[in-house]
Design a protein around this ligand. Sequence first.
Ligand code: P6P
Length: 343
Amino acid sequence: MLSFNNVTTLNEFIIGRQSEFPYAKGELSRLLSHIGIAAKIVHREVNKAGLVDILGEAGQVNIQGESQKKLDVFADEHFIGALKASGECCGIASEENQDIITFEEELANDGKYIVTMDPLDGSSNIDVNVSIGTIFAIYRRLSPVGHKAKIDDFLQKGTKQVAAGYVIYGSSTMMVYTTGRGVNGFTLDPSIGEFCLSHRDITTPHSGTIYSVNEGNYFKFPEGVKKYIKYCQENDTETKRPYTSRYIGSLVADFHRNLLKGGIFLYPSTASYTDGKLRLLYECNPIAFLAEQSGGKATDGKGNRILDIKPESLHQRVPFYVGSRQMVNQAEEFIKKYDSNLD
Ligand code: P6P
């Protein structure tokens, strides 16, 4: 492993691991490095958001019908710019854009990869200084190199992800990613402007005592989910219940905590979101890839592995149960027992 002064930077790590990809010629490494550059730019704006006119509404509404924050638009523009500049990405599906983003430039259309991303997830937390995040996934294109990306490039199962990760803009800024050989975390050292390896080979606990769900939706949940939540709240010293309820309302922050400490995150179907709220392409698939690579599990609550779901549309939503394997299995048992009609 390359390092300097016992510090391994993101780029050193990427290059060091490149040898694990026999056919790689550095394209994926270059793409990941450019994502790191965009993350540093967004970090800079997020960290001074209270001081400059970057908070508040952008006066636009995105495809989700959600009002766009100025930082949403800023992050979207900078990640698109960085991915295009890498010359390795021929197209992007972004939470902030209705259709896929393709490029006129020949260099970009020679790119072998496409990226799905939520450039700034957790927007409702931006103006109140709560952790937010960027989520990304990288796939090999299916369409011929040298042409514009096509919609089918983006409607691949999560099992086809070449890499996936997130950036969490919190008490520190971290980038956590996988290329299918484990999960590693890098903490940004602003004094040198580098992401430095801080969490090597992250393994999530097999079980835990944290459950993360928006209990404000309780009465809209399927019966099995209600029963599981009550199970989490019952007293049982042997299984350390009641568990601890932790919910920030920012997927990256909630997942990151549970990844390190053990726990389960649930966004079930509700009366308002009959297919769940979270999007398959750029929220659930990348997080599911990370969960499985660290020893956890991710399903739709009905026994379907998130990564096996064939996407039908860019912004498709899916119920999401992710985290410690034993806890996801237990939640599914409750759903199976009380919600047989969900099949
Ligand atoms: P709710 C943020 O808007 C987000 O997409 C995820 O980051 C988060 O987990 C979820 O929505 C929160 O949704 O309905 O609980 O506010």
